[in-house]
Design a protein around this ligand. Structure first.
Ligand code: NAD
Length: 496
């Protein structure tokens, strides 16, 4: 079935959401972009600037100090966020359509995977919040202390386009549940689904000013938010280059708390003790190609023992055929387009560079092209390439995996850790001691053993090195969106 026509029935909101109302950018400017699906123009999304950001922050601050949300007991916040999750569920089709329309990722993938995941994130945090305790310093004579977590106040969230609502939910759910008011700045490539969620927050009962969405360009609206003096925390997911800027903005303004989830170049180590190469290749393809490789934690560097190289490549070539891209609106297609013509050309440039360097470049054989203008890239395997090549070192953010043969597990680790990134990785081996050795020594925030990507909301997610700092997901996330405060009590009376 092709669901494109269903878009025509939607009343798509393209204005910013500030203080409970949808409003145009004060400057009346809008964003214009070219769809990667068919080359048509997508236009009309408010291109907010610092004026709108200031307004959103001011209302967010007012709402925070009014206590209308921040002082609600956790159990009441929980009920409202569970209602929001239910409303998202009810609007799942629309959310999936909006994200497909803007990002070119397949509707099937949004409807069955990404949107349900975002809903689960909201439920996970909502269900957890009223079961969480703060800490006490045990009484000592007349002294007693408690350590509590207090909301930061107004927080900003700047999010990317590759998994719009999942990443947004990782941030707004714990932020709201800790009592903060929030200003979201979605990527200019994917603003519509979070605007729909904004409407749903109103329906769920989140008071005006507590949840705001300021759409617009990163260098304008995102920068203004990250530089704002009244914003007490900025929570960012995106490229490492922008992440470094966010750190600077914090230093240039008010030393606001910063958490960064940035890029990756996931090492996927397969040792000579791995007997199930077919499974290793299948799991790699599942995690590398499902969103045209536009996944921060994608296992994009296979580091494999020489003895296993040929067999693994054989299996991987077969797996590529399951991820051939096609019309994203066709519900039979699991893979759609890359996000934009710019992203398409950037990825093609890397592939061409590998060819120019004499590397072996293999691409899936089947084709499902639906439009001359479609920006789709075949799953691509690159081998016989120098470990110094840009293609091996840089994050491509496309369906391109490099396969690097090594001798022994120490060489594998040394190559894995030579990257500036350190988000997620894996080791495939039948030897438990070897698995532990690699897991212990690999420099990534998350490491999978004989698996990839099936960690759930209970697992903290975030990188080391230039993959960022701070954690999304898990109960640790509540700590990100709060400050620790100590209340020290000295009793003067009733002493024994
Ligand atoms: P990007 O850094 O270009 O943009 C991310 C967000 O930052 C967008 O909202 C953008 O508008 C905003 N932005 C851009 N410049 C800004 C500035 N100067 N000041 C403030 N905000 C600014 O990244 P992208 O291309 O949208 O996303 C792809 C990147 O995101 C990849 O590197 C990917 O690895 C990373 N990513 C990481 C994770 C993770 O959890 N670690 C998840 C998804 C994506």
């Amino acid at each position: 079935m092709n669901v494109r026509k269903k878009l025509e029935n939607l009343n798509i909101e393209k204005r910013a959401y500030i203080n409970g109302e949808f409003v145009e950018a004060e400057n009346r400017k809008t964003i214009e972009k070219i769809s990667s699906i068919d080359g048509l123009i997508i236009s009309g999304i408010a291109a907010c600037d610092d004026v709108d950001v200031n307004k959103a922050v001011e209302f967010a601050k007012k709402s925070f100090y009014s206590g209308s949300w921040s002082m609600l007991p956790p159990s009441e916040k929980k009920i409202i966020l569970l209602k929001l999750a239910d409303l998202m569920e009810k609007n799942r089709e629309e959310l999936a359509l909006l994200d497909t329309y803007e990002t070119g990722r397949s509707y099937q993938n949004y409807f069955y995977d990404s949107i349900p995941k975002a809903i689960e994130v909201v439920r996970y945090f909502a269900e957890a919040v009223d079961k969480y305790y703060d800490k006490a310093i045990p009484p000592r004579g007349s002294e007693f202390g408690v350590i509590i977590r207090v909301p930061l106040g107004v927080v900003g969230a700047i999010t990317p386009w590759n998994d719009p609502l999942v990443v947004a939910a990782w941030k707004f759910a714990p932020a709201l549940l800790m009592g903060n008011s929030i200003v979201m700045k979605p990527a200019e490539q994917s603003s519509l689904s979070i605007l729909k969620v904004a409407a749903l927050t109103r329906e769920a009962g989140i008071p005006s000013g507590v949840f705001n969405v300021v759409t617009g360009y990163g260098e304008v609206a995102g920068k203004a938010l990250a530089l704002h003096k009244d914003v007490r925390g900025i929570f960012f997911t995106g490229s490492s280059t922008t992440g470094k800027r966010i750190l600077e903005y914090s230093g240039q303004s008010n030393m606001k708390k910063v958490a960064l989830e940035c890029g990756g170049k996931g090492p996927y180590i397969v040792t000579n003790n791995c007997s199930n190469l077919a499974e290793a290749a299948k799991v790699l393809a599942d995690n590398m190609f499902y969103n045209q490789g536009q996944i921060c934690s994608a296992p994009s560097r296979v580091i494999i023992d020489k003895s296993k190289f040929n067999d693994f490549i054989k299996y991987l070539k077969l797996e590529c055929e399951r991820y051939v891209p096609g019309d994203p609106y066709d519900t039979d297609n699991n893979v759609g387009c890359v996000v934009s013509p710019e992203q398409y050309h950037k990825i093609q440039k890397y592939i061409q560079q590998a060819k120019d360097e004499g590397a072996e470049v293999y691409q899936a054989q089947n084709k499902k092209l639906h439009s001359e203008k479609a920006c789709c890239i075949q799953p691509t395997i690159i081998s016989n390439i120098s470990i110094m090549s840009k293609v091996v070192v840089e994050e491509i953010f496309g369906p391109v995996v490099v396969v690097l043969p090594v001798e022994g597990v120490d060489e594998a680790l040394s190559i894995a850790n030579s990257s500036d990134y350190g988000l997620a990785g894996a080791v495939w081996t039948d030897d438990l001691d070897e698995a532990y050795y690699v897991a212990r020594n690999i420099e990534t925030g998350l490491v999978h053993i004989n698996s990839y990507g099936n960690d759930d909301n209970s697992a903290p997610f975030g990188g080391v090195k230039e993959s960022g700092l701070g954690k999304d997901k898990s109960l640790y996330s509540f700590d990100e969106y709060s400050d620790l405060k100590t209340i020290w009590f000295h009793s003067r009376n009733y002493q024994r």
